[in-house]
Design a binder for this molecule. Structure first.
Ligand code: ACO
Length: 362
């Protein structure tokens, strides 16, 4: 019962997380078979196939997602000065809440496109810059980077972000996906389900971890300082961000996929090799310390550690990392929400009352 660990609440054809073997399977493909081999649009097609009526064919997905970005951009008019002062995730959630609710392909495509469009606009608005309209002819990852900076990204940068979006597209019944399925099970509609998902994603124990990973790297500063700084953090009772997982008892396979992706970018920026060296030293020190201090609990690197290094290298400010996560995971939320509607029923668990008994009438 504790945090619903090991309680099976749904059957799914979408993804399987094997926490003992450190293996993630998405619709019959291992992560390694997908990352760097198919574009995010194709991964969306794979995940959503059979879940949404009239889903675009694989060859049409890129174009249709581009059109959907243009449609979602219409909502950016609501990003006023007051909203621009809020954290990017709050901005993205507020703009997503403006989208029409429902279960059809138009609603699904607009939702799929929306976190990327709104994340770029939120970052720019926070910097006092005007939003940049989508270019529907580009791939989703390349356009997200272009909407953020105003410049065409280098092919290696677009490919790295594309690999990231595929890596985090779906991951079993994590907290945000479960929240999306609960909302969907009431037949609330896809937009409501995605809003439940993004709200659950926000916290630092889930998708909010990579920003604090950067704070941790900055506080440590140099490889030599890693051990003392991490020991002090644990002495204070802090958790080391980017380590530990609710399901994996071995290394999160997504951490390796993202480490390879960020290593592939090392030539693209003069600062990145130094940052990577620091990250590797911090990772090694953290694993060593966690093994020593928590001998009964296998704690390994999770997806968020190299997510932080990668998204920083791609130019995202750390307060927007969770929005980029949402830009990929939105597809998983939609797929699970639809699967819940098609094959599940209202999710309504029970609780055990441990409060005071009612006073007997005198
Ligand atoms: N640093 C230090 N100690 C940790 C960490 C950590 N990162 N993670 C777990 N522990 C310890 C806990 O303190 C606890 O120790 P105790 O038994 O001595 O009290 C023990 O390990 C078990 O902790 P739980 O919270 O029960 O483990 P759970 O499986 O619920 O935790 C979680 C998973 C929330 C991800 C946790 O590992 C954590 O807080 N990690 C840091 C935040 C983070 O990286 N989040 C991103 C996760 S990936 C994602 O959601 C996309």
């Amino acid at each position: 019962m504790d945090g619903l660990r090991d309680v099976v609440v749904a059957e799914t054809v979408l993804s399987d997380v094997d926490g003992q073997a450190g293996r993630l399977v998405i619709r019959g493909f291992t992560l390694d078979e997908l990352v760097g081999r198919i574009a995010y649009e194709q991964a969306c097609q794979l995940l959503l196939d059979g879940m949404i009526e009239d889903l675009p064919a694989p060859e049409a997905m890129r174009h249709r997602l581009g059109e959907a970005r243009v449609q979602a951009f219409a909502e950016v008019v609501a990003l006023d000065g007051a909203l621009a002062k809020r954290p990017p995730l709050d901005v993205v959630r507020a703009l997503m809440a403006r989208l029409e609710d429902g279960d059809d392909v138009q609603v699904a495509m607009r939702l799929l496109a929306s976190p990327a469009v709104f994340a770029a606009a939120a970052v720019r608005a926070g910097r006092g810059l005007a939003p940049i309209a989508p270019d529907p002819t580009l791939g989703h990852a390349a356009d997200l980077l272009r909407m953020l900076t105003g410049a065409q990204p280098a092919p290696a940068q677009a490919a790295a972000l594309d690999a990231y979006l595929v890596t985090i597209i779906d991951h079993g019944l994590n907290a945000s996906t479960f929240a999306a399925r609960v909302a969907a099970s009431t037949l609330a509609g896809l937009t409501s389900a995605a809003l439940a998902g993004i709200s659950a994603l926000k916290g630092p124990l889930h998708g909010g971890a990579p920003g604090p990973v950067i704070d941790m790297l900055d506080a440590i500063g140099s490889p030599e300082g890693a051990t003392a700084c991490l020991e002090a953090a644990l002495d204070r009772g802090d958790r080391l961000m980017g380590f530990g997982h609710g399901v994996y008892r071995v290394r999160d396979p997504r951490a390796d996929a993202l480490k390879r992706t960020v290593q592939g970018l090392a030539d693209a920026s003069p600062e990145l090799p130094g940052r990577l060296k620091l990250a590797e030293a911090v990772e090694a020190a953290a694993l060593d310390i966690l093994k020593r201090r928590k001998p009964n609990r296998p704690l390994n690197t999770n997806v968020e550690f190299y997510t932080a290094v990668l998204l920083e290298a791609l130019g995202f400010p750390h307060e927007a990392f969770t929005c980029v996560f949402a830009s990929g995971r939105i597809c998983g939320w939609i797929a699970h929400a639809r699967e819940q509607v098609l094959s599940g029923r209202l999710i309504r668990p029970s609780s055990r009352y441990v409060g005071p008994a009612p006073r007997e009438a005198a």
